[in-house]
Design a protein around this ligand. Sequence first.
Ligand code: PLP
Length: 388
Amino acid sequence: MTAAEVLALEAAHGSTLFEPSLVFERGSGALLYDHLGHEYIDCAAGIGVASLGHGHQGLTAAIARQAAALMVCPPSYGNGVRAEFVSRLSELAGEPLTRVFLSNSGTEANEAAIKWARVATGRRKLIAAKRGFAGRSHGSLALTWNAAYRRPFEPLDGDVSFVSFDDVDELAAAVDDDTAAVVLEVVQGEAGVHPASREFLTQARRLTAQHGALLVLDEVQSGVGRTGNFLAAHAYDVKADIVTLAKGLAGGVPIGATLMSDAVAMAMPKGGHGSTFGGNPLACAAGLVVLDELTSGGLLEHSQVLGERLRRGLEAIGSDRVRAVRGVGLMIGVELRARAAPVIAGLRRRGVLTVGAGSTVVRFLPPLVITAEQVDEVIDRVALELAA
Ligand code: PLP
């Protein structure tokens, strides 16, 4: 099929939500090649999904092996790949997250978190953060702040209130003995890459514990090595009752995970939640490769070191078009003094793919395998674009 035919079919039968102008069929590491053979350094990674980059040999081999062996095994039967995956995952996440419910996306992981939090506390009230993003399904949407995403679907779950991110006083005033959970991103991603302050997360932990509520951390974007730690929360020494993961967890194979303590997990009645595809051996086999690469493959340190290199390099550009450079590890936002869209388009013309966050932030979420040379090339091209 020619690229023109691809775009015509997408335009005729796609959901109408997007209007693609580039066609990609091939990638390698942090590089992508469009239909004209142009090369791009991919700093979007499908919005933080391609953690091991494109065409990773170990990942593709594991997927092929697992596909040939067994792709379908519902949780009513045991499966060795799944058993190993959930045990490694809970080990890496650390205490008290000993239990894992597997699903297929970030929003599903958050839906599960909401249900478990309510059933475990016997309460309904949830507190989320202004500017926060938790997904597009109805429960997650109720925790999402942006009116443009919410309004067409209101009324949403009414037992959700919002506090300003990083405002300890507002949080303290909001949490009470009716609160089921406080749900927070450790680094707000869609909002423009805002890492939480240490004080805010620590107080969120203290206040929830004091009132018998749960702390739920949505690490769908910030987790799985994106910030240089397995969980972004590890840098804060804050232990949540529930953590949600998705995006890069299986390197591109759809997956969601809701990690929780024993006490939380056991509160759900048998049959109280479920997922047809969740925990399928294909996703678990892919996930095991990601966990291996992060640990024995040294990818956690790589993400930390290269993230630092990218952030410092972007800061050093020193353009007066930039208001701030923020981020942790390979989750970085460059906030501009004007709209980000023209800069994102300019970078695309220069062979760098990035993602917007809010209207003024250019977001960098490259595959964690991006090389130092590629990072330096990205910095050079951003400098050229900002000087144009
Ligand atoms: N939570 C956070 C913090 C996210 O960034 C996202 C997606 O961007 C989601 C949840 C929803 O994930 P998904 O698109 O896989 O449903």
